[in-house]
Design a protein around this ligand. Structure first.
Ligand code: CMC
Length: 429
């Protein structure tokens, strides 16, 4: 909706009128699309001041620590719904009725297995390959197996691909883990819930099937809900950008996985544990806090701070509660690494450097601790983030394709050489 206008005065040129668009909630945005007619562009590296699209899926108010999916607060979804309901909500816009939920769960369960031949892909990877490297490869490879649903202009195909991705990600993630361990890969079990099935495929073996703890399954489900979507972050924007070229959904999600891998984004939960290892002991904390504050030292406290949440991360609050439940269930006390994490949290919440910059523990700080306690190796943490975020990525991809869109093509401020001639090799100095 555009009732208000902004006027842009450019020295020596006629003023440009720019419409101001108003969303449901959140700040107004200035529509700069007509600027190209003046031969000028906007300059905004890091997209700090740029809305790249219009979306109805997720709303974040970083200053007030609010995260809404389709209008529902994340805290309520974590308490009153489950991951597959949240998936349905993100994909379809509304929470499912009992009947719709049963149908959706059954659809997902129909697609939990992956093509048997996909297993052979794993043999091409070293056993010690980073699980995210394998995930980028095998998720991209899905497009080689599911030709029957790759017409991105067909809404039914988009729907099938979405369900396939949500259903197959836990299977692939567990296969990656089993491959790294040299253990047989486990087939999915459709009599289990989504989270139970994932833990079953991760930790059971054909010779020993142990029951899955309901508390750990609930914690896993919460981790999935809390990571399901987060509006236009680096990986979601990557998926949209890849999708805008007409790429197939599996290729787009593989691109999202690659973007998520970085330590400033999804790689942070792994980086938290690596950092705790590096700090080693509570007695070394002061040295590392000093490094984090030192402008000449690139070291940052992993799991602290957020690009959008400048008050608190609402997901971190839920995650901390789940963290307490998991540690109690597993009877973990006196764990030196945990003690270290809790001391860091205490310091960051009281030290003026962190308070002034609003650097609070983020979701990755606690999820890293929970995943470690459950027995998931550090290198798998980002894979679990990718598994959970797949539904967010695919919801954004579907939303983009459901309305008119353009290929994403940012411009640049060119500061390289002007045109010059190529000299002969013997004349170059
Ligand atoms: N440790 C120490 N100092 C920090 C940290 C940190 N973790 N994060 C930011 N700062 C400082 C930064 O040096 C800057 O200081 P100054 O104002 O003196 O120059 C100030 O705080 C503002 O930081 P910024 O880099 O401008 O903030 P940003 O919004 O660009 O970066 C961030 C956000 C998440 C990349 C950054 O806080 C960070 O690298 N954190 C650690 C990695 C991490 O935990 N990432 C997970 C994010 S949550 C998962 C997700 O949603 O993807």
């Amino acid at each position: 909706m555009a009732d208000k206008k902004a006027q842009l005065i450019i020295e020596g040129a006629a003023p440009v009128e720019l419409p101001i668009l108003t969303g449901t909630v959140g700040p107004d945005v200035i529509d700069v699309r007509s600027l190209t007619s003046t031969g000028r562009f906007t300059f905004d590296p890091g997209f700090m001041s740029t809305a790249s699209c219009e979306s109805k899926i997720t709303y974040i108010d970083g200053d007030n620590g609010i995260l809404l999916h389709r209008g529902y607060p994340i805290e309520q979804l974590a308490e009153k719904s489950d991951y597959l309901e949240t998936c349905y909500l993100l994909l379809n816009g509304e929470l499912p009725t009992a009947e719709q939920k049963a149908q959706f769960v059954s659809n997902v369960k129909n697609h939990t297995m992956v093509h048997e031949q996909l297993k052979t892909f794993f043999n091409g990877f070293r056993r010690d390959a980073h699980p995210m490297a394998v995930m980028c490869g095998v998720v991209g490879a899905l497009s080689a197996f599911y030709h029957d649903s790759l017409d991105i202009n067909n809404p039914q195909h988009r729907e099938i691909s979405a369900v396939r991705l949500v259903a197959k990600m836990p299977t692939l993630a567990a296969m990656v883990y089993k491959y790294s361990m040299g253990q047989p890969m486990m087939y999915p079990r459709n009599d289990l819930s989504y989270a139970e099935n994932f833990l079953h495929m991760m930790f059971n073996t054909p010779c020993e099937i142990k029951p899955i703890s309901p508390i750990l399954a609930k914690a896993m489900d919460r981790i999935f809900i809390l990571h399901a979507d987060h509006e236009q972050n680096a990986s979601t924007s990557t998926v949209r950008l890849a999708g805008s070229s007409g790429a197939n959904p599996f290729a787009c999600i593989a691109a999202g996985i690659a973007a998520l891998w970085g330590p400033a984004h999804g790689g942070a939960n792994e980086a938290v544990l690596t950092m705790l290892d590096e700090i080693g002991d509570v007695s070394n904390i002061d040295t590392f806090i000093a490094k984090a504050k030192d402008k000449n030292d690139p070291f940052k406290l992993m799991g602290f701070g957020h690009r959008v949440y400048k008050n608190r991360d609402p997901r971190a609050t839920v995650m901390k509660q789940t963290c307490d439940e998991v540690l109690k269930e597993l009877g973990i006390k006196n764990d030196p690494q945990l003690e270290l994490a809790m001391r860091l949290e205490e310091i960051a919440l009281t030290d003026p450097y962190f308070i002034e910059r609003s650097l609070y523990p983020n979701v990755d700080f606690y999820s890293g601790i929970i995943l470690k306690a459950i027995g998931i190796p550090t290198s798998m943490f980002t894979v679990i983030f990718a598994l959970a975020r797949t539904v967010g990525w695919i919801s954004h991809w579907k939303e983009m394709l459901s309305s008119p869109y353009k290929i994403g093509r940012p411009r640049q401020l060119y500061t390289g050489y002007d045109s010059r001639d190529v000299s002969k090799l013997e004349d170059r100095k």
